[in-house]
Design a protein around this ligand. Structure first.
Ligand code: 13P
Ligand code: SF4
Length: 362
C-alpha cells in the first residue's frame, strides 16, 4: 500500500474511509492507542480506544505505556499533555495540527511573564502568589507553573486545586479562563470583591494597587467563545418550557449562567449526571453540541436539550475528521510519522512537574 495523500482521501466515500481506518487500526494493533475527547465528531469518536475529559485523558496518556504511539483526537494542548506525560519511548500524533484552542491562545508566555513581573512590583509574588494554569493552555505556561511552584487544573478538579493553592500561599494567579477561575473560587466562598480580572494589554492589567493587595484570586482575561454562547435567558426559557428540567453546564460558561444551573461539571461529569438520572428525566445541557447530541442518541428515554437555540460547536475540535485520522493511521502502517507533537525537553520537564503535582493532588 502506498502512503496516501491527504487530498486523495477527500475523494473517498464515508464507507471507504471507515473501512480503511479499521483496516489500519487492525494492522497496527496494540502499538497504537486512539484517545478521543468527548467533543469529537461521531465519525471519529466511534474509532476511539479510550475517551475522556481532559483529566481522564491526561491520566490515560500517563498509563498506556504499552502503545508506542498515541493518536490524539482532540486539540493541540491535549496532545501536548499526552506527549509530556507519556513514556519517553512513546510518541503522540495530532491528526490535524490546526486543531488548536482559541482560549489557550489567549495567554502566551511573554504575557504571563510580564504580568508576573508587573504584579511583582506591587506584591512579593514568589511568596504570595501561586500560578495555576487551566489545562487549556500551552505547554510553556504549564512549564511556567512548574518553575514557580504552581500547578495545572482541569474543569473537573479546579476547586480542589484552588484549595491546595490557598494552603500554600494567600493569592492565586489563574489563567487563561476567567470563567472557570471565577466559578470555582466563588463556589469555595471567595467573595467577588476579592476576585479581579487582569487584562494583559493594560498597564498593571488595568488594576489599581489596592485591588491587587485585596485580591485573593487574580484571573486572566481569557474565555471560551463556544461556552459564552450560553446565556441566562436560555436557562429561563427551558425552565418555563419544561417543568422540572435540570440545567447542567460546563464551568467555562459565565458565572451568570452557572449560578442558575442545577449542576456544573466537566464533560465527563456532565455525562455522569445525565446517565445516572432515571428514565424520563429532562435536561438542558450547556456544552459543546457533539457531546449533547451523542447523549441524546445514547439515552432516548431521557429528554435532552441543547441549552442554546443556535448551533455552537468547537470548530477546532471539528478539524479532526476521518480523512485526517485515516491519513495519520495509514502513514503509521507504512512506518511514517505525520503530525507528531513533540514538546521541547526542558519545557516538557518543567510542565511535567506542574502536571504531576496536579495528578498527585487530585
Ligand atoms: P473537559 O476537561 O471538561 O473535557 O473540557 C475541555 C474543554 O476544552 C472544554 O471546552
Ligand atoms: Fe478550547 Fe472552547 Fe474548544 Fe474547549 S470548546 S477546546 S475551550 S475553544
Amino acid at each position: 500500500m502506498n502512503v496516501p495523500s491527504l487530498e486523495s482521501l477527500y475523494q473517498c466515500s464515508d464507507q471507504e474511509l471507515d473501512q480503511r481506518i479499521q483496516a489500519a487500526k487492525d494492522r497496527l494493533g496494540d502499538r497504537v492507542v486512539i484517545l478521543c475527547h468527548h467533543y469529537q465528531r461521531e465519525e471519529v469518536y466511534k474509532f476511539a480506544d479510550l475517551t475522556g475529559d481532559s483529566l481522564k485523558l491526561s491520566r490515560l496518556a500517563a498509563q498506556r505505556s504499552q502503545a508506542s504511539t498515541i493518536v490524539f483526537c482532540g486539540v493541540h494542548f491535549m496532545a501536548e499533555v499526552a506527549d509530556i506525560l507519556s513514556a519517553p519511548s512513546q510518541m503522540t500524533i495530532l491528526p490535524d495540527l490546526a486543531a488548536g484552542c482559541s482560549m489557550a491562545d489567549m495567554a502566551d508566555l511573554p504575557q504571563v511573564e510580564e504580568a508576573w513581573k508587573a504584579l511583582g512590583r506591587v506584591i512579593p509574588v514568589n511568596t504570595q502568589v501561586t500560578p495555576i494554569t487551566y489545562v487549556n493552555s500551552t505547554a510553556e505556561l504549564k512549564a511556567f507553573c512548574g518553575a514557580h511552584e504552581g500547578t495545572v487544573c482541569t474543569s473537573s478538579n479546579a476547586g480542589k486545586i484552588l484549595q491546595w493553592a490557598f494552603a500554600q500561599r494567600p493569592k492565586v494567579l489563574f489563567f487563561p479562563d476567567q470563567h472557570l477561575g471565577r466559578n470555582s473560587a466563588k463556589r469555595m466562598g471567595i467573595p467577588l470583591d476579592e476576585i479581579v480580572v487582569y487584562q494583559p494589554d493594560l498597564p498593571l492589567g488595568g488594576l489599581k494597587e489596592e485591588e491587587i493587595h485585596r485580591a485573593r484570586v487574580i484571573l486572566w482575561n481569557g474565555y471560551c467563545s463556544v461556552h459564552q454562547m450560553f446565556q441566562p435567558v436560555h436557562v429561563a426559557l427551558f425552565r418555563n418550557r419544561v417543568p422540572g428540567i435540570r440545567i447542567v453546564v460546563h464551568p467555562e460558561c459565565s458565572m451568570e449562567v452557572c449560578d442558575l444551573a442545577d449542576d456544573l461539571g466537566s464533560t465527563e461529569q456532565i455525562q455522569q449526571v445525565v446517565r445516572s438520572a432515571p428514565p424520563g428525566s429532562a435536561f438542558a445541557i450547556g456544552t459543546e453540541l457533539n457531546l449533547v447530541n451523542r447523549l441524546k442518541h445514547e439515552l432516548p428515554d431521557r429528554e435532552i436539550h441543547f441549552l442554546c437555540p443556535t448551533i455552537c460547536m468547537c470548530s477546532t475540535m471539528f478539524r479532526i475528521d476521518t480523512q485526517h485520522l485515516c491519513w495519520a493511521l495509514e502513514n503509521l502502517v507504512q512506518g511514517q510519522v505525520v503530525n507528531q507533537i513533540s514538546v521541547p525537553k526542558r519545557e516538557a520537564a518543567l510542565a511535567r512537574i506542574a502536571l504531576e503535582r496536579m495528578l498527585q493532588i487530585c
